[in-house]
Design a protein. Structure first.
Lengths: 68, 251
């Protein structure tokens, strides 16, 4: 059943290879999904804030890894 | 008869095609090694069996997801797609910056050949090592293709067929390359492909999360282009930043 274990590990690894990075994405998505629609920001601002947060996570995640 | 808006489906087909191309090339490397060392019967048998299992997963899961409300699917699948896409994109940025080494198909092929040569041979019947190795690598790489096809198909709203067509086109291309070359496809710029796919999947994931959460995007579907441009610009700038930081701190 070693192959089954490998496939299960691979399935989890599809989304998470760095818990810190995946955790940051997930936390931001949950926070943005819950808070942004309730903040009363005008027009497209909530979507722009969601996107800007994800870009910031990408940059920080890559730079942090490069520094290690 | 159902008609398809290819302007809407095109990006889905492209993303599924490119992502599948990367995965199938990685699987081809190992299947070629298995075929060359252990024989083609076991290599093709294992790979074929895995493809049938993967096809069954798409056939069962694809329509099931279509029965769930679209905003729930967009939130759930969008989040998974974002985790998947940003993981790929970050890794592609780090490879482009020289922080982690590039994927080397030729070296992987040689390593696999050496490992397989060291295992006991079977003279008649099915070679279990060959079947298992080919099955495992096709499943491992193919499960990523299945996820992308189902995610792109379901969250895009009835785009399972176009997404599947993109993946099948990639499979046909890789099989054809394997038949012609008989060696790993190492000349394809794999990291550039992963960079592109990471940007596309991250953009789709972001868009669908916004849609699922009820956020308004400027220009509706056209905002996908803006998301792609944003991810591309920031990713390229991050490559430069990581390269400088890596060189400076590595000295």
């Amino acid at each position: 059943m070693g192959w089954l274990r490998t496939i299960i590990d691979e399935c989890v690894g599809l989304f998470v290879d760095d818990v810190r990075f995946a955790g940051a994405i997930l936390s931001w998505v949950i926070l943005a999904g819950v808070a942004l629609p309730r903040l009363g920001l005008p027009g497209f601002m909530p979507a722009v804030v969601l996107f800007a947060g994800l870009l910031a996570i990408l940059v920080e995640g890559a730079v942090h890894k490069a520094r290690k | 008869m159902m008609t398809l808006d290819w302007g809407h489906a095109g990006p889905t087909v492209l993303a599924a095609f490119l992502a599948s191309l990367v995965e199938f090339i990685e699987a081809l490397t190992v299947v070629l090694a298995v075929g060359a060392v252990r024989g083609w019967k076991g290599a093709l048998g294992g790979a074929g069996l895995a493809l049938l299992v993967l096809l069954a997963i798409v056939v069962v899961l694809g329509p099931t997801l279509a029965a769930i409300p679209i905003d729930v699917v967009q939130l759930g699948v969008g989040t998974l797609l974002l985790l998947f896409g940003m993981r790929w994109l970050r890794k592609a940025i780090l490879r482009a910056a020289g922080v982690i080494p590039l994927h080397d198909e030729a070296a992987l092929f040689e390593k696999e050949v050496a490992t397989l040569r060291g295992l006991a041979r079977v003279t008649q019947g099915w070679d279990r090592v060959a079947v298992t190795t080919a099955f495992q690598i096709t499943m491992v790489e193919g499960i990523e293709v299945v996820f992308i096809v189902i995610a792109m198909g379901a969250a895009g709203g009835g785009l399972l067929v176009p997404a599947s067509l993109g993946a099948i086109a990639a499979l046909v291309l890789v099989v054809a390359l394997g038949l012609v070359l008989h060696r790993p496809v190492s000349s394809i710029p794999e990291n550039t492909l992963k960079f592109t796919v990471g940007i596309l999947l991250s953009s789709f994931g972001t868009f669908w999360i916004g849609e699922g959460a009820g956020l308004a995007w400027p220009g509706a579907d056209w905002s996908l282009l803006g998301l792609v441009a944003g991810f591309l610009g920031v990713a390229l700038a991050t490559v430069s930043r990581c390269r400088v930081r890596h060189v400076v701190e590595g000295v």
